[in-house]
Ligand binder design. Sequence first.
Ligand SMILES: NC(=O)c1ccc[n+]([C@@H]2O[C@H](COP(=O)([O-])OP(=O)(O)OC[C@H]3O[C@@H](n4cnc5c(N)ncnc54)[C@H](O)[C@@H]3O)[C@@H](O)[C@H]2O)c1
Length: 277
Amino acid sequence: MPGRVEGKVAFITGAGRGQGRSHAVRLAEEGADIIAIDICHDVEGALPMATAEDLAETAKLVEALDRRVITRQADVRDLGALKAAVDDGVAQLGRLDIVLASAGVASMGGPAHKMKVDNWKHTIDINLSGLWNTARASIPHLIAGGRGGSIVLTSSVGGERAMPNMSHYVSAKHGVIGLMRSLAVELGEHSIRVNSVLPTNVNTPMFMNDGTYKMFRPDLESPGLDDIRPIAQLMHVLPIGWVEPADISNAVLFLVSDEARYITGIELPVDGGTLLK
Ligand SMILES: NC(=O)c1ccc[n+]([C@@H]2O[C@H](COP(=O)([O-])OP(=O)(O)OC[C@H]3O[C@@H](n4cnc5c(N)ncnc54)[C@H](O)[C@@H]3O)[C@@H](O)[C@H]2O)c1
């Protein structure tokens, strides 16, 4: 039986680990070839990023599924590097159908009026302008292919609601929704669909780190995962504290598959009901 994205090519940012890697593997399982990029070096003021070895591991996982994969180290703030990666990927793999903008950073920046300017700037640059760059590098290939296409911009439940001490992140993620809607309207005539996925807490390094544990349990000296579990669960309607990367990948797979062929311009929360609270 053919896969749900058989014969298609997907460009994925932030593919070195976390959700980006999970998307690469899930789409490869369903028959897609992958162009995978990641920054592979640290950004000042942000958590450690994926490494070159991480990106190579993503490639290994895709190849183990008998799919082709092209990897490049590229920063989503660098339009030239993104263009070079997509152009090269399309030259080698022959087409482009799917774009998944998953790269992102998160930090506790403190109250908005005290936030460091650099922290504000790099968060907006990566989490909002980086997605614009990803779209700009990809859209000409989608249009030239003449077969339509599908773009998913990763936002967050923070794209719909406030989170204290994260105004940089929340502003960027709200902005992603605006970008997604604008692109959906502009690209509809080419049968290119554009949607957003809105994850709650996900079991990736962005959420699973000492900073998050301390945010959930400021009362403890060195809190761990078990300490935050009951508090994280209170955020949700379903009895969970977080979801797995595969849960986001399955939602993304639906959005990019033909099953969603008339769905464009939507926000799809994968949030265990947290936006109801
Ligand atoms: N983990 C969560 O709890 C959570 C919740 C809601 C939304 N999100 C969003 O999901 C997306 C994926 O995050 P994740 O959970 O996989 O976290 P993660 O930290 O595991 O992965 C993020 C990836 O993006 C890469 N990256 C960061 N800056 C980059 C840049 N400038 N250029 C290229 N690559 C860059 C990192 O190296 C890393 O591989 C992000 O947009 C994030 O904001 C995450």
